[in-house]
Design a protein around this ligand. Sequence first.
Ligand code: ADP
Ligand code: MG
Length: 146
Amino acid sequence: MDEGNRREIFTAHNGDATLVLLKPDVVEKNHIGEILAMYERAGLKIIAMRMLQMDEKLAARHYEEHIGRPYYESLVKFMTRSPIVALVLEGEDAIAKVRKLNGATDPSQAEEGTIRKLFAESKTENAVHASDSKQNADREIGIFFG
Ligand code: ADP
Ligand code: MG
């Protein structure tokens, strides 16, 4: 398959595409299915998905804007400790919709019913990642599905 065709498969045809990561805590606690069901029930379509283990290099690429922040080392240690699930969700306003469904970064601040309120432990071990803009969605989808 040539590069053009490959990219086309993971390009949204209905609304936005956004990158989601189910972080190691989710996989460890067997919450993959429940969280995927929440996205699907919200009307979002899974258009790509894979399980992988992050290494430090991949974590640095994905979290490049966080390098040097006080929490960066613990973030990388967490993200690389066991497998994650990466997926692309597609739908009308998918980028904003998924951020809202995920809830605030700090689960103690997250709204009732959000994924982080229901499943997250702490500010670092907070269950899920989602792209925060169209530009970052394109960049992040390229990292995991390019
Ligand atoms: P979000 O994932 O909600 O977009 P950020 O982009 O600000 O949040 O941070 C990326 C990730 O880094 C967070 O999801 C969390 O795992 C970790 N993180 C961010 N800020 C902190 C913090 N102050 N203390 C510990 N971990 C943090
Ligand atoms: Mg972010």
